[in-house]
Design a protein around this ligand. Sequence first.
Ligand code: COA
Ligand code: AMP
Length: 633
Amino acid sequence: MYADIYARSVRDPQGFWGEAAQAITWYKSYEKVLDDSNKPFYRWFSGGQLNTCYNALDRHIEAGRGAQLALIYDSPVTQTQRSYTYAQLREAVALFAGALAQQGVRKGDRVIIYMPMVAEAVIAMLACARIGAVHSVVFGGFSAQELTTRIDDAKPRVMVAASCGIEPNRVVHYKPLLDRAIEQASHKPERCIILQRPQEPGTLVEGRDIEWNDAIAQASPHECVPVEATDPLYILYTSGTTGKPKGVVRDNGGHAVALHWSMKHIYGMQPGEVFWAASDVGWVVGHSYIVYAPLLYGCTTVVYEGKPVGTPDPGAFWRVISEHKVSVMFTAPTAFRAIKREDPRAQHLKNYDMSHFRALFLAGERCDPDTLTWAQVMLERPVIDHWWQTETGWGIAANFLGIETLPVKVGAAGKPVPGYNVHILDDDGHEVPATQMGRIMVRLPLPPGCLPTLWNNDERYVSSYLSAQPGYYLSGDSGYFDEDGYLYVMGRIDDTINVAGHRLSTGAMEEVLASHHDVAECAVIGVADELKGSLPLGMVVLKNGVKRDTDELRKELVNLVRDRIGPVAAFKLVTVVDRLPKTRSGKILRATMRKIADGEAFQMPATIDDPMILEEIQQAMQTIGYAAKEKDI
Ligand code: COA
Ligand code: AMP
C-alpha cells in the first residue's frame, strides 16, 4: 500500500532506490546508491556506468520488442503521420549519433536542439544520449535573444535545428532565429545541422551549416558509449527571478531509475502500452514523458504536433487517444480549459472510441476545480492532478495508479511521491500544522532524477534552492497539507508566473520594459486568466517630460517583449501609470496590485507611502479591462 511504500522510501532511501535500480541495465554496477560524501551535493549511483539510450532502445530490442511501435508522430498541422518500431527508432538514432560524432561531437560536449514537435527532435536527443553528449533543448516559442543566452551558457559544439515550425496561425522561422541567435552570441558553435522542412526550407550558411539528410548520408551508425551515472544527460533552462535562466542539470543514472519507477507506480503503465504526453519537447514534461520515461519502460510514445483546439477542432485529443489506443495521457490544465471553452458538452467525444483510455494526468499549473471536475465527468475516468517542476524532472506529489489509487480530492495535487520527504515550513523554518499555508520544502536528499546542481553554477544552486532552510530544498511554491495528508499547491512565492503551464519570469519582462528609452520604471505582475491560468500585465512609468501616444507605446512594448523573450510570454497587457505604489522603503507593492487586478480583498499595506496611488492603479488597469470596477479601495 502507498503508506507503507512511502514510509520505507524516506526511512531507507538506499534500500528503496537500490531495488528500483535493478530495473536498469548497468555496464558497471554503482559503488553507492546514495553518495552523501559532499553534502549538500548528494549524488545517486556513484561509480555506476550505463547508457540512457541503450536502456531506452537497445535493451528492449534485445528483449524481443524490436517490432513494437516505439514512437508515433502525429502532426495535424502538416497532415502527416509516421511511426517507428523500436528497431527503426534505434536505427535512426544510431545513424544520427554517428552523424553527430562525425561533426566532432564527443562525450561531454553540449548540443543545443532547437526544434518543433517532430520525430527528429526525439531522435536528436536520444542520439546525444547515445554518445554521452549533453543536450539542451530550447523551446521554439522563445526569441533569438533567449536562444543566445542559452548558447553562451551551454557553449554547444553543434546545434541541431529545424528550418521552421508550424503554429496554426503562422510559420515559425526557426532558421532566421537561429542565425540571429548565433550572430549575437559570444560563443560560436562549430556546426549546425538543419532539418529542412518543406513548409519553409532555410538558407544554409556555408562552412557552418549542413542539412540533416546530408549529415546522415555520410555517417555510419554509432554504438552506445558508457557514461558515469553522475554524468549529465541534459541541461534544461528554466525561468528564475531574473533575466538569466537557470540551467537545470539532469544526470543519467538517477534519472533512468526514477523515470522507470514512475511509469509503473504513478501512471500505472505496462510495457507495450501507449503513453501520450501532450506537451512539447522544449519543456520538462516533454523530456521526461514524451521521450525518456515511456521508452525506458518499453511503451509507445506519441509526438503530437498540434493543439488541443483548432487542429482542426476540440475533438483533436480524443482522436489521438482513439486512433493510437492511448492508455494514459498527460497534459496541462490549460489544454482542457481550451477544449471546455469550445466544446462545453464534449460533443466531439461521442465520435471516438475511448475504450483503451484509463486515466488523465494534469500538471504544470494549479488545476482549477471546475476544469478537473469537467474532465472527470466527461471522460468518466480518474483525472489526476500532480505537482512537479523542471528541477525535479518528475512528480513530487501525485496519485499512484500502480500502487493504490487514492481517492481524488479536487484542488489537491495528491500525496507526496515516495522518495520526496515533503514539509510545509513557515518563514522562520518551523513546521506548520495541517491546513496551514507555508513554503513547500523537501528534506534532503532529493530522490534520484532531481537536479544535482545548475550548469556550471553550484553557487546559484545552493543560493536558489538550499540556503532558505539548511537541509531542505526550497520548491518555490506555497501550499498546505490537509488532515489526510493531501498536498494543496497554491502558487509561487517568487517572481515567476505560470502562463498556459509555462513558467515565466516577471523579473525578466521588467528588465525588457525597463530597457525601453521612454520608460523610467515598471512592474510586471501575473493576473488571473480564464484560459491560461495567468497572464503577465505590465505597468510602466514614463521618464520625466516624455509624452507618448499610449497605443503606439503599448505596441512597442509588446513587440519588445515578444522580440526579447518570445511569443510564449503572451505579453499583451500593458498600461501607463503616473507612479507605482511602493512602501516607504521603496519596494514596489506587486502583491497588492495583483489583488486589485484579480478583484480580491486586500489590506492596505501599513508601510505604503501614499494610499491614493492604489486608486490610480485600479483606474489604469480598468482601461485595459482588468481590475474589478466596484472594488472599494
Ligand atoms: N513555437 C513557436 N511559437 C509558439 C510555440 C512553439 N512551439 N508554442 C506556442 N507558441 C506561440 C503561440 O503561437 C502564441 O503566439 P501568438 O501570440 O502569435 O498567438 C504564443 O506562443 C503563446 O502561446 P500559448 O500560450 O501556447 O497560447 P495559444 O493561444 O497559442 O494556445 C493553448 C493556448 C491552451 C491551446 C496552448 O497553450 C496549449 O496547447 N497548451 C497545452 C499544454 C502545454 O503544452 N503545456 C506545456 C507544459 S505541460
Ligand atoms: P515548470 O518547471 O515550468 O514545469 O513549472 C513548475 C511550476 O509549475 C511549479 O513550481 C508550480 O508552481 C507549478 N505547478 C506544476 N504543477 C502544478 C500543480 N499540479 N499544481 C499547482 N502548481 C503546479
